[in-house]
Every structure is written in C-alpha cells, then in structure tokens.
Design a protein around this ligand. Sequence first.
Ligand code: 8DG
Ligand code: MN
Ligand code: MN
Length: 371
Amino acid sequence: QRLTACTVVHTMGAYACQRKTPLEHHNTIFTDALLLLAENAELCANEGRNVAFKRAASVLKALPRPVRQMEDLQGLPCLGEHSQRVIKDILEHGGSSEVEMTRQSEKYQAMKALTGIFGVGVKTAERWYREGIQDLADLVTADLKLNREQQTGVKYYDHLNMPVTEAEARTIGQIVEKAVHALLPGAEITLTGGFRRGKKTGHDVDFLVTHPEEGREEGLLPKVMGWLEARDLLLYQKINKNSYLEAKEWPARPSSNMDRFERCFSVFKLECPWAASEKSNQSGESPSWKAVRVDIVVVPFSQLAFALLGWTGSQLFERDLRRWAAQEKGMSLNSHALYDTKRKQYLRASSEEEIFAHLGLEYIPPWERNA
Ligand code: 8DG
Ligand code: MN
Ligand code: MN
C-alpha cells in the first residue's frame, strides 16, 4: 500500500473488543450524526442498520485524532458506504442533510418521545404512533390502558428523563449497601454499567450483588426490596426470578443479551438534600426527592467475573465480545460463563482479566470499553 505524506493507515480491529474506546474522543461531530441515524434505525426496528451505524461511530470514537479529510478513513473497518457519505457531507458542508431531516421528522420525534417513557418499547410506541399518539400529552389524553411499569413511566416522566449524576449514583450505592448489609453481612455490592466505564451521567444506576460463600445470596433480593419499600425508598419494583436452573438451552444463544440472573428493575425515591431547601419548601412545587431508575442483579460468586464483564457494557462492546468469542474462538460467552465449544468445556475465571486471556484478547479496562 502506497503512503502519501498526509495519509495515516490505521490498524484497527473490526471488533470493538479489540480496540480501546475512551469516553472523550476527537470526532463527536461525526459520531453524534451517525448515532442519531443509528437511533432512528432502532426506532424503526431496523436492527441491521442500527448496528451498522453504531459500529461506524464506534470506530471513529477510537481514533486518536479528528478526521479532517476522507483520506483519513483509509484502512478503517466498519465504515460502510452510507456512513462514509454522512462523514463526507459533514466534512464538505459542515453537516448532513439526511441527519437534519431525520432529526426534524415527525416520526423520529414521536418515537423518541414515546420510547422515552419507562416501560414503552419500540413495538408499543409504533402502535400508538399509528393511532395518532405522538407524545406524553397525547398519551394521557387518549386514556389507554397502561401496565404498572408504563404508569410509573408516565407519572415520573420528567424525573426519569433527567440524567442521573455520579453523585446520585454513589448515594444510591450507599443506600443499597446499607439494605444489603442489614440482611446479609459480608455481601458485596459493585457499581456497574456506564458509571463503571467512567460516565459522569447515566439513564439509570446498575448494581451487582454477590456473597463470597456461594448460595448465601439466594433469596436475598426480595428481602432487600422489602427493606427499601418499608422505608419508603421505592416508587416501583419488579423482581424477575432467576431462571438458569430451569434453563434448557444452556449455554444461552451467544447473541442473546438477556441473562438468567435474579434481578430487580426499580425506581428509587431519592431524597435530595439540596432540593429540600427553603425555597422549594415554600413554593411547594418541586418535591424534595427525585425518581431514579435502578437495576439490581444478584450473582452467584463463581459467575461474578462474567456478570461484571456482561453488565459493564457498552452494549456494542458486549455484542462484539460475544461475536468475537463465537466467530474467532469457537466459544460461547454470556454473563454466566464461557464455554469452549470444540473442547466441550467451561472455562473458569475469577477476574475479567482472565476472561480476556481465555478469549485471546488484550485486556481492556472498563473506562476504555465506551464503544
Ligand atoms: P446508561 O445507563 O448510562 O444509559 O448506560 P449503560 O449503563 O451502559 O446502559 P444500561 O442499559 O444500563 O445497560 C448496562 C449493561 O447491562 C449493558 O451492557 C447491557 C447490559 N444489560 C442490560 N440488560 C441485560 C441483561 O438482561 N443481561 C445482560 N447480561 N446484560 C444486560 O441492560
Ligand atoms: Mn446503566
Ligand atoms: Mn441498566
């Protein structure tokens, strides 16, 4: 390959788990555009397009410098024709008309507003949209029958669409820890998800709970949620029992993102000392608490490393880890275990480092998994 003076030829793996992807990077004008198209594809239930745009954005996030000309993209993986056209438009015109049209489109805005309600997925939003419902106000007027999750989503819509801060995540961590330790001393709580990757805000807070003596964690979750409920710290909770004991198709499909742990999707009522100031008390308008989405997952100790790796994200990083395992290594990875299909054996690990080693990958720390 011929190199000109101003051309950099990149050697970048095609899997997100082969690259270091920091939180802050140099190509946000391009990634914001590509991620909007990815989001729109997701809202149109077009999974292929969604992933393709996410992959393209992810590659640009991993670049050590800003893209200044199309030649800078030479040798990069995952940049399809469509993504390249978007990048070219931005380089030449400072923006992409396709992205702007999408952003302004009625359907995009309606689907974004409706799926922004806790408990509302693309399918439901699409059905409502076809019935002429475009936002929260329309939904309330239509007076449809909503499930308990959706009712919670409507009730706390504003709070749940406000980003959760790191400070709020830590405070909730202390509350969860207090509850867990009151019921099972020696249990361990780990903050995972986006906050573990170094994000300063999130749409929720994710925790793993385990105990070094395997088996002690059984039955813990309902007790913890009861403890919180009794202290008026919850606005919503739904426990999903673990299902790996009855699981027939084990290990689960590598593409599947759902795992079989006992977990709770909840909404916390987080007291805010700053909101309880004289002003808000006098006006009586804003409450002295904030509704915050919290996920709690209970993990048997021997599966902790896999659960930690599986719940830290990012979504694309997880997806590519599983794809790498299956396609390049003949292995099946999920949040419970790693299975070597050829040798027909499970590979044990007590740390994330060991899992990367089993997979023949360089270790990537959480804050570089922002693919
Ligand atoms: P955010 O909350 O700041 O928006 O970002 P995040 O923390 O990265 O996203 P998340 O939606 O809270 O998900 C955190 C990770 O957990 C992500 O990698 C996907 C993963 N995850 C789920 N559900 C499930 C599941 O059922 N099984 C497994 N193994 N992982 C899951 O969200
Ligand atoms: Mn999260
Ligand atoms: Mn979550």
